[in-house]
Design a binder for this molecule. Structure first.
Ligand code: ADP
Ligand code: MG
Length: 262
């Protein structure tokens, strides 16, 4: 498989009024095309900083980010980001369909409309195109944000705790939605979360981050297969073992970069 993303020696230090604060330090990992990689770490460890540097929104103090071989220096064109806070990520004065079309401004009108319709159908919102975001529930608004990212057809989809602001049932639905669309559309995804179970349930790989400043303490393969189910997968031996392993690593036990093999 070809390498989609390469992060090498990445570090970032914020310069504030009360001095310097190193959020991430010496992060190195790769994501191959078609993979869904979850990054798990405690709140405040630097996950959002990591995603912002990959997205070119923050210039890293040290190290490099490359997207299919090209060094990221500014916001790459073929990348989309889904943030945690759906209430601030959609334009309230645009309909749902217009929100999804918004990043497609460079395309012909017919193409924009068709892509928005397909993306909204993929997230189960084919009836909602003419509504406004504020007429929808939180879970539906986050679906719109996901549809907008998918309609753009990015080479890499970055997700920053995308399901952390919805209720538990909606979170399960959105997790399964993500697994389905990435299979159908063969999307490469890097998702950060503080939720251990979510990282194992969704990931082909789980990168475990240390406390701030974040470094990669483990890079674990997840052998749960493609067809996952909220009830049986979460009860499986592999899942239970892996989540215990990630929990142990987050508590600072036995750092390793070896994949888990049964
Ligand atoms: P996470 O997403 O894992 O919760 P963040 O990347 O948001 O972590 O933050 C990591 C650390 O960097 C925190 O201590 C946070 O306070 C600090 N930080 C984040 N953004 C800024 C900023 N713009 N200026 C200064 N410090 C920041
Ligand atoms: Mg964050």
């Amino acid at each position: 498989m070809t390498t989609m993303l390469e992060v090498d020696g990445l570090g970032h230090t914020y310069q504030g009024k009360d001095g310097a604060h190193t959020a991430i330090d010496g992060l190195s990992f790769t994501v191959r095309a078609g993979e869904l990689v979850c990054v798990v770490g405690p709140s405040g460890c630097g996950k959002s900083t990591l995603l912002r540097t990959i997205a070119g929104l923050v210039r890293p103090s040290r190290g490099t980010v490359s997207l299919h071989g090209n060094r990221v220096d500014g916001v790459p064109a073929d990348l989309a980001v889904v943030f945690q806070d759906y209430s601030r990520s959609l334009f309230p004065w645009l309909t749902v369909a217009r929100n999804v079309e918004f990043p497609l401004r460079g395309l012909a009108k017919a193409e924009r409309v068709a892509r928005a319709r397909d993306a909204l159908a993929a997230v189960g919102l084919d009836q909602a195109g003419r509504k406004y975001p504020w007429q929808l529930s939180g879970g539906m608004q986050q679906r719109v944000a996901i549809a907008r990212a998918l309609a753009y057809r990015p080479a890499l989809l970055l997700m920053d705790e995308p399901f952390a602001s919805v209720d538990a049932q909606t979170r399960f639905e959105l997790e399964d939605l993500l697994l389905r669309v990435r299979r159908e559309q063969d999307t490469t995804v890097l998702l950060v979360t503080h939720d251990i179970d979510e990282s194992v349930y969704l990931g082909d790989r789980v990168l475990v981050l240390s406390k701030s400043p974040a470094t990669v303490v483990a890079d674990l393969d997840v052998h749960l297969g493609g067809a996952r189910d909220q009830i049986t997968t979460r009860a499986s031996e592999e899942f239970v073992e892996l989540r215990a392993r990630v929990a142990g690593l987050l508590q600072g036990k036995q750092a390793t970069r070896q994949p888990v093999h049964k």
